[in-house]
Design a protein around this ligand. Structure first.
Ligand code: LMR
Length: 334
């Protein structure tokens, strides 16, 4: 009996030593959104699940609010392995040399969330994520933000009102073309610099989702906004391919499960926050929100839709056509 007990104790000890010998895997997850933003809440949800599903073998460290890196730097940091996970806007992959993601920026390509889901949850979305591998990255999921509205300090009732305005945009050539199509002057700028640029008058206006406009306090320095809902803003959850593929398979599977379970939560948080942000901004009275009439909406669409053909060479005609096929419609001028 004593021998059996001693053998059992020895076994327990060696198991504990085995565990202790395995170093904890630290994943630094950096992003640019505010700590209270839905993207932050989504990363917190992921952290909780990831640490639970890996029995604490993985520790997720969250770095919101561009505290480590701004837009472009964070992608470089991921490629270099200085951080292990990001959730950048898909509009920011162009400077890395992956232009196809800018298809998401084409004005009015998605009529709403159902269209979007057909792309992000289907084969087209997966094909796009796979293209990240050529840059040493791995695409793990799409998390939505929402649909963008236009803002400035004067009413924007139609494309003519945007003429000559300097507009802050993300680093996407499609968004740039969209602003040129309106006669505006696009200015690429990091998210963390947008508020200051609007407040000091370095730029006159911008486009963003209600959630981002609210969390970055842009509504405090923009007197007017128009609910054009002209384009999508959303994220790809990504990692460094070498790091991800080097993870023990059981750990990788546990993290993939945590991401998959976080995605619907992240998307719900985003929709709720876009709704509540809009309600808060309206209640604040700082910005006047204009809902376009059907005629005004037609004018916005007619001015912006030519961007699809203009940018076909950049993002790929095939890809655009695949999206029209998946959503079942090709947006048409009126
Ligand atoms: C922006 O730069 O406007 C957005 O991509 C920021 C974000 O992460 O939502």
């Amino acid at each position: 009996m004593r021998a059996i007990l001693m053998a059992m104790a020895a076994l327990a000890m060696s198991a504990a030593q085995g565990l202790a010998a395995e170093p904890q895997i630290i994943i630094k997850f950096s992003h640019v959104a505010a700590p209270q933003a839905h993207k932050s809440l989504a990363t917190e949800h992921f952290k909780k699940l990831a640490e639970e599903y890996t029995n604490g073998r993985v520790k997720i460290e969250l770095y919101p609010n561009s505290q480590l890196y701004k837009d472009k730097e964070e992608l470089e940091a991921l490629q270099l392995g200085a951080v292990q996970m990001l959730a950048p806007s898909v509009s920011k992959f162009g400077p890395l040399g992956i232009k196809a993601f800018e298809v998401f920026d084409l004005p009015y390509i998605f009529a709403g969330y159902d269209d979007l889901a057909k792309v992000t949850e289907g084969e087209v979305g997966r094909d796009l994520l796979n293209r990240l591998e050529s840059k040493g990255l791995v695409g793990l999921a799409y998390w939505n933000n929402g649909f963008k509205i236009l803002s400035a300090n004067a009413p924007l009732l139609g494309p003519d009102d945007v003429l000559g305005l300097k507009m802050r945009i993300q680093a996407s050539k499609v968004i740039e073309a969209q602003m040129w199509a309106l006669g505006a002057l696009p200015q690429v700028m990091a998210f963390s610099e947008a508020y200051q640029a609007l407040s000091s008058g370095v730029v006159d206006g911008t486009e963003n989702t209600p959630a981002n406009m609210y969390n970055q306090k842009m509504f405090e320095v923009q007197k007017h906004a128009t609910l054009t809902n002209h384009g999508y803003l959303g994220y790809a959850v990504i990692s460094n391919a070498k790091f991800w593929k080097g993870l023990p398979p059981d750990i990788r599977a546990a993290l993939e499960r945590a991401i998959a379970e976080t995605t619907p939560v992240a998307n719900k948080l985003a929709r709720d926050e876009n709704d509540s942000a809009m309600a808060e901004m309206k209640a604040s009275g700082r910005t006047v929100f204009h809902e376009p009439t059907p005629e005004e909406m037609a004018a916005w669409r007619n001015a912006l839709l030519p961007v699809h053909d203009e940018m076909a060479n950049r993002v790929g005609r095939d890809l655009i056509d695949r999206i029209y096929a998946v959503t079942g419609h090709k947006p048409a001028t009126q």
